[in-house]
Each structure stands twice: as C-alpha cells, then as structure tokens.
Ligand binder design. Structure first.
Ligand code: SF4
Length: 369
C-alpha cells in the first residue's frame, strides 16, 4: 500500500526543528527556507492559500534533496521526503515545474535513463541470482559493474544481469513523475520475473531503498515476496566473516575515509559492512567524516544534479572537504553515482577517489581458502 494522505505530514513538520541539525542543504546554502521545516511551512502555506506556486516557491521545493535524513532522524517517522515528492507530482501535473524536470522525465520515459540515449538492454539469461545493473553503473562508473561480477564469481555466484541501463524509479519519483517511476519499476520487475531470479543483488543502498521501500510507499508496488533483495556489500561482508573470502593488502598506506554513499542512511544496519570490507584491503589509517553513518549527508547525485546543480556541487564539495579535514587522502565508496560526483571535484583537493568494488576485486586472494 502506498502512503495515504502523505502531504498532511507537513502539518507536523512546519514548526519542528528536530531534524534541522542533520539537514544538508540548509548547511551548504545557509537558507532556513531550504530546511525540512522550511519546506513543510512553504507547502502548508500554499495549501492554506497564503502563497502560490510561482518561480521562487517552486524553486525552493525543487531544492529539497530527497535523501532521507529528515525522516531517519525523526522520532515519529514523519515521511517528509515522500510528502515533498507528492507535492512535486502536483506541481509537475499542473505544468508549474522547472523546464528541466520535463526534459528528464522525457529521457526516463524514452530511454529509462537521463544518462544515455539508448534503450535498456535485455536480461543476460536466466538464473537464481540476478544482478540489478541500473543506469548509474554502466553510464557513470562502469568499472564498478565489472568488479562486482568478478567478486560475485569469487564467492561462487554467476549472476544474470537485469535492469541493464534502466533507472530504479527513484529519480522519476523524486522529480514528481510517479507514473514514469511506476513504469520503470514494473519494467524492472518484468526483467526479474523473466530471469526467474529468486535473489536480486544490488550495487548500492539507493537501489535497496528504491526496491525495498520507495516502490510500495510512493508507487504502491510491492517487491515480490518470493525474491530476496540483498546488497552486494552484505553478501561480501558475510562471506568475509565466514572466512570464505580473502583479500591481500593494498600497497597503499595513505589515510583513507569510507564515504557513506547517498541514501546509505535509508538502509538500516549497513554502516559497518563496507567499512569491514575496506579494512580487509587498506592498511592505512581509516578516518571518519563528521557526517557519517546514521547522519551521513549525500553528494549531489540526487535529482538536485538536474534541478539545482549549484546545490548539488556544494553538497559534493562538502563531503570532500569533510574527508579532507579529517586527514583522508583517499575517498572510498561503492555507489557508482556517489563515485562519479566525488570524482568530479576530488583532484582540486588533492585526494583520490576509489571504488570499493574495484579495490576489492583487485586484491582478491587467489588459491584455496
Ligand atoms: S521530519 Fe520529524 S524531526 Fe523533521 S521536521 Fe518533520 S516532524 Fe520534525
């Protein structure tokens, strides 16, 4: 069941400051309007007839990041990001949104992605294990995909690939196009069914969130009960703990930081897993960002990269600056979208960005376990 009357959430948020201290956009813009209670007050005011949707107010609504920090830090679990997505759907429906959202929706409707002008690929075959490829891995950080398949083979899993080049539906939902999001979700489900998969492995917490929560809460589409959904880092960490996976140490003793990727906070109890995997390879000192784990902030890989690229850039730079101030010289994460955005600016700060899956695949210990 999709969340009902979700926009009423703003009545509970409009004068509440309890999640403001972890709100990333207000942190980088210093604008109170661009905070959870600011967006809620704006929406509540529009519904009372006190303001209209115009260029300024719509601009503010499309400045919200939709990465989940408000809800994750809310003791009463107010679905504010879902409320904002529902309001954007009303704005988009009335043709009051910024022109870019209609361009991206057209690309998502035609190609399943805003990152390429080719239609999604076919499933690679049939099998119990499917690897959801999505659109960020092949088009933004293809090395992650190759490395992920190498790692899966190392633990005895030969996956078929599904959802090749097709968005998981998050971006369309976040921009205010739930119909497009639902079509993408259903197309991915058709792939999974045609592949005959009983387990779907995903590369990022963003995919885990989209399939495991966004689909039913925002689109009313249930993940199939007979198909297990699992992150690749979970599979690898379990095998590492069981002694069924080993790595050699990298010849790199620079201090490093694991950067919790965009949407990581939306997936419970995951934060130790990628850190254990990085430590299995990197011998240097691990430092931590201030905004990490349960209070991690996103890079600019959400819909903001299209609607508010200036804010997206500020968010990404803030993550790099957070890591640099902690003493990191290498920034490691697994999410293709997060890797792509970090790598756009990392050189300016004299730091290197490394993909976790590539790092692990390059240091797989050969021979009998
Ligand atoms: S999400 Fe929760 S903590 Fe944040 S403004 Fe709303 S009610 Fe307050």
């Amino acid at each position: 069941m999709a969340l009902e009357n979700v926009i009423l959430t703003v009545e509970n948020c409009r004068y509440c400051l309890m999640c403001r201290h972890v709100a990333p956009v207000e942190k980088v813009t210093h604008r109170e309007t661009l905070s959870p209670h600011g967006w809620a007050l704006l929406i509540a005011s529009q519904r009372r007839g006190l303001i209209d949707w115009n260029e300024d107010t719509v601009d503010a609504i499309y400045s919200a990041p939709d990465h989940g920090n408000s809800r994750v830090h809310c003791v009463t679990d107010q679905p504010l990001p879902e409320a904002i997505a529902a309001v954007r759907a009303e704005i988009a429906e009335q043709n009051l949104g910024p022109p870019i959202i209609y361009e991206i929706n057209e690309a998502l409707s035609t190609y399943g992605t805003p990152y390429a002008t080719e239609e999604p690929g076919r499933i690679s075959g049939q099998g119990e294990d499917a690897l959801y490829v999505g659109d960020e891995a092949p088009y933004l950080w293809p090395r992650a995909l190759e490395a992920a398949i190498t790692l899966l083979r190392a633990i005895g899993v030969t996956p078929v690939t599904v959802g090749v080049g097709r968005s998981n539906g998050y971006l369309a939902s976040s921009l205010g196009f739930p119909g497009t999001a639902a079509r993408l979700a259903r197309a991915n489900l058709v792939d999974i069914r045609e592949a005959g998969a009983s387990r779907v492995i995903v590369l990022s917490p963003g995919d885990a969130f989209a399939f495991g929560q966004l689909w039913y809460e925002r689109l009313g589409i249930d993940w199939p009960e007979d198909v297990q959904l699992v992150e690749l880092v979970t599979l690898l960490d379990d095998r590492l703990a069981a002694g069924a996976l080993r790595f050699s140490q990298a010849r790199d003793d620079r201090p490093y930081a694991y950067v919790d990727p965009t949407h990581a906070i939306r997936v419970k109890d995951r934060h130790d897993r990628p850190r254990r995997l990085v430590e299995a390879v990197m011998p240097g000192k691990r430092v931590e960002l201030l905004y990490r784990r349960e209070r991690a902030h996103p890079v600019g890989s959400t819909a903001l990269q299209f609607t508010k690229p200036d804010i997206a850039e500020k968010l990404t730079r803030a993550r790099i600056e957070d890591a640099v101030s902690a003493g990191a010289q290498v920034l490691i994460t697994e999410d293709p979208g997060t890797l792509y955005h970090l790598s756009r600016y990392a050189k300016e700060y004299g730091v290197e960005v490394a993909g976790l899956y590539e790092l692990l695949a390059a240091h797989l210990a050969r021979g009998r376990l």
